[in-house]
Ligand binder design. Sequence first.
Ligand SMILES: O=P(O)(O)OC[C@H]1O[C@](O)(COP(=O)(O)O)[C@@H](O)[C@@H]1O
Ligand SMILES: [Mg+2]
Ligand SMILES: [Mg+2]
Length: 342
Amino acid sequence: MDHEGEAKRTDLMTITRFVLNEQSKYPESRGDFTILLNHIVLGCKYVCSAVNKAGLAKLLGLAGETNVQGEEQKKLDVLSNEVFVNALISSGRTCLLVSEELEEAVFVKPKQRGKYIVVFDPLDGSSNIECGVSIGTIFGIYAAKDKDKVTLDDVLQPGNRMLAAGYCMYGSSCMFVISTGHGVNGFTLDPSLGEFILTHPNIKIPKKGNIYSVNEGNAKNWEKPITEYVDNCKFPQDGSSPKSLRYVGSMVADIHRTLLYGGIFMYPADKKSPDGKLRLLYEVFPMSYLLEQAGGQAFTGKGRALDLVPKKIHERSPVILGSYEDVEHVKAFYAASKANGA
Ligand SMILES: O=P(O)(O)OC[C@H]1O[C@](O)(COP(=O)(O)O)[C@@H](O)[C@@H]1O
Ligand SMILES: [Mg+2]
Ligand SMILES: [Mg+2]
């Protein structure tokens, strides 16, 4: 047993300590953000344990309801949603919530109100629940201009107005990855302590990767630039070696790998889904925010994803995000296609 590691672990940088250190850099913060984040972290720990024992606790399968997206809700979708709505309201730091699983936004009662707006996907990758493949939770945080006069306009804001974003991945280990606008940091849940410990400080995505990630099952409906880009990944024109295909089908897992290994993840527009599949507020914006903070970029096929202004809370948007140079490569195919009048 190498005590070196154990000894080093005594400087345990928990997520609370980390955020408190961060907050101390900003005199205006009174710890409200730390309290909000602690409640999000608590929700993630609860969902993590529910996911781990889902088969034992009869939490697999359908809940018997359909959500606003027309998707059959899984029991874990419903449970996770309840957990986060309760945790966020009981934090006393939120005034408006938008969840993938709720048709309407939740306006928090005056007595329990705080200045933050949280948009979230309580359980991402639901199609992978039953087979035990990594799934997650995604969130983004805005601030309301005036918590007592908060309206939907306060959340129908471009992603570049977000104050923070993150995800929690329920996989071989439970990872919490967050940015508050000063880089991206990853924390691993230590089940023996019940604490998220800083294990991936200051994550920087490689400038270029050798992985592409897309559901090729949609290939027949793709726009020309995507078809050309994916062909080039398989049969590179410049003599470089082909890229490897990796696609989990859980955005959290595909993004987590992309952040650490580099490469590109795409859920582009296609003839069948002109707006793609992923939801702008609580999937595309948070992940685009993290990618940009890690040195990558996020493109919609038309422009920078974070500059989009949502019109509806469950709006969808195409997204192509990952290593800076790889996304630049896709942009070149779009520009060429545009120049050829497509
Ligand atoms: O099965 P498809 O069409 O490739 O879609 C996979 C995508 O859908 C999602 O599962 C949608 O998210 P939800 O599971 O939260 O609805 C993403 O996680 C994933 O990237
Ligand atoms: Mg999702
Ligand atoms: Mg979901």
